[in-house]
Design a binder for this molecule. Structure first.
Ligand code: NAD
Length: 555
């Protein structure tokens, strides 16, 4: 099946139907129509896969696909025109130019987290460059994958563009085929598999990978704005965004206040109980749920139900009774509580009047922790001690778990694949949450001595896909620009660079290779061919032909 699909694409490409600009423009127009005319279906499919809010799907996926299609469509004439280049004097008379030609038949492998955008934006760029395209959506977002495989043949030229559904097995089969370019978005582990497979055919690859994107904040920043933007960047799509701020590095003079404001911004955005918010997403699957729960401080969430059938049955009864008990307890706790509002708790903590957390409220319905329990002790964190000179990360007194202390969130509901927006304070560099890309709604805040220490900390780790800096200090910003390496750098703005077709988007080092969006995408899927021409008469090259007489050697 796969072989036949690819053979059909190869025939279509060989027939030259994908080369004319009329074909490319028609496909790009159709792609834009596809996402606008089927907006509701896309919203429903992405919601079924990820619980993604409708507005998020429209703004962060469908509109971006439409924008990218329009952007590249309207510039095709210019990008495909010959680009004249001057020729050296010794070759004159002569002319030279470059011209973009399609690579041929290309493979686009997409991930699940933005299942429409990350499939269709590279598709738009590949079409713009005049390629035949095989699109492989992620099996982990099955509703979106199914919709794409239904709609793409309806709207686009099915001889030259196909969708192949499937997981690792089907992708493995595809990777055995000789493509002319492979564009992969996803994790580093599979990135290596893709690159190895590509090496068999010496196929060029673009790898759009991930990594831990740091976010530095110092006292010159407007903390309210920083908090809101960090919350937006981090908790959009429940943290499952490749360029989300993975962790915060905050200087000691601002860290504590920032943590509080972030908690407040979370409440502003998603309410007291984000599980009830229609603006907050869900975790893609159970495997990622358990992975993320494992990153929280010990004891934040009860362990998973054992999997043996007997134990499952027994524990299901137990869990049901437990749930009833917890609901009663939670009801009692809620009635007893003097205030569950994060803002109130924070201000109460600051004034020293915060109620003490009790055992009952700790066992809340979702098995998580309450804001009272988890809001940090404002006094205790104000003077960090025990400096770790090598990394410049400061230890926060009273924080015993290396993952940090839960400032807000920490609640989970496995059945709903819900993890509350969670902020950890005083996280240590050796914590599990700092060892892998989080890719979920957990935000560790590390206290860092200063900008220099932050830069050295970032430089001691793999190059991230993005780095963010909230600072009004010009020297600090310049230092980050000059001394750190990342796919992109955002001053006071997470995610912003991904929203423009004018800016290349891609990683560096372990966060990937190559780039796309707009012209960068067109170039990725093109071969830039050099062309030279020299008149045959007069044959001025005679000056360099052998035999190399003494006169010629003096030239
Ligand atoms: P995923 O599991 O959906 O995998 C991506 C693709 O690889 C899928 O199409 C899948 O079918 C395929 N695949 C999975 N296992 C395979 C195997 N063994 N052999 C061949 N193909 C296989 O996505 P993921 O890896 O969980 O995605 C999350 C990662 O992607 C994160 O690290 C994130 O940062 C990164 N990401 C990067 C970008 C970017 O633009 N740079 C965007 C989104 C996600």
């Amino acid at each position: 099946m796969t072989d036949m699909s690819i053979a059909r694409l190869r025939n279509a490409y060989s027939s030259e139907r994908t080369r004319p600009l009329t074909w490319r423009r028609a496909q790009l127009d159709a792609l834009r129509r596809m996402v606008t005319e089927n907006r509701e279906d896309f919203v429903a499919a992405v919601a079924a896969d990820l619980g993604k809010p409708a507005a998020e799907t429209v703004l962060m996926e469908l509109n971006l696909v439409a924008d990218e299609s329009r952007f590249v469509r309207n510039r095709l004439g210019r990008w495909t025109a010959r680009q004249p280049k001057p020729m050296p004097l010794a070759l004159q008379p002569a002319a030279g130019w470059t011209v973009a030609e399609p690579k041929g038949v290309v493979l686009v492998i997409a991930p699940w987290n933005y299942p429409v955008l990350l499939a269709l934006a590279p598709l738009a760029d590949a079409i713009a460059a005049g390629n035949a395209v095989c699109l492989k959506p992620s099996e982990l977002a099955p509703n979106s994958a199914r919709l794409l495989s239904e709609l793409v043949p309806q709207y686009l030229d099915h001889e030259a563009i196909c969708v192949v559904e499937g997981g690792p097995k089907e992708t493995g089969e595809l990777l055995r085929q000789p493509f002319d370019h492979i564009f992969y978005t996803g994790g580093e582990r599979v990135g290596r598999i893709v690159m190895k497979a590509a090496a068999e055919h010496v196929t060029p690859v673009t790898l759009e990978l991930g990594g831990k994107s740091p976010c530095y904040v110092d006292r010159t920043a407007d903390i309210n704005v920083a908090a809101r933007r960090i919350v937006w960047g981090k908790f959009t799509n429940a943290g499952q965004t490749c360029v989300a701020p993975d962790y915060v590095l905050a200087t000691p003079d601002v860290a504590e206040a920032l943590a509080r404001r972030i908690a407040v911004a979370i409440t502003e955005f998603f309410g007291e109980n984000p599980q009830d918010s229609r603006d907050y997403g869900r975790i893609i699957n159970d495997r990622h749920m358990e992975r993320l729960i494992g990153l929280l401080p010990d004891g934040t969430v009860p362990p998973e139900t054992p999997s043996s059938p007997l134990v499952v049955a027994a524990s299901a009864v137990g869990a049901a009774m437990d749930m009833v008990g917890r609901r009663i307890n939670a009801g009692v706790a809620a009635a007893n509580r003097s205030g569950g509002n994060v803002a109130e708790v924070v201000s109460a903590l600051a004034s020293g009047t915060a109620p003490k957390a009790d055992e009952t409220s700790a066992a809340d319905v979702s098995g998580g922790v309450t804001p009272q329990e988890t809001a940090m002790n404002a006094d205790a964190v104000s003077e960090p001690i025990d400096e770790e000179p090598a990394a410049g990360i400061l230890q926060v007194p009273g924080v015993t778990d290396s993952a940090g202390r839960v400032v807000c969130g920490g609640k989970v509901n496995r059945d709903a694949r819900y993890i509350a927006p969670t902020v950890l304070y005083g996280t240590r560099p050796d914590a599990a949450v700092m060892k892998e890309e989080i890719f979920g709604p957990i935000l560790p805040i590390l206290v860092v001595r200063d900008a220099d220490a932050a830069i050295r900390f970032i430089n001691s780790r793999p190059k991230p896909l993005a780095a963010y800096v909230f600072s009004r200090d010009h020297a600090v910003r310049l230092a980050f620009e000059r001394r750190t390496s990342s796919g992109a750098l955002g001053f006071n703005l997470p995610l912003g660079h991904l929203l423009s077709s004018r800016l290349p988007f891609g990683g560096v080092g372990l966060s990937g290779m190559g780039a796309y969006h707009g012209k960068a995408g067109f170039d990725t899927f093109s071969h830039i061919k050099t062309v030279v021409v020299k008149p045959q008469f007069p044959d001025t090259l005679r000056a360099v032909y052998p035999p190399f007489t003494e006169a010629k050697q003096r030239l």
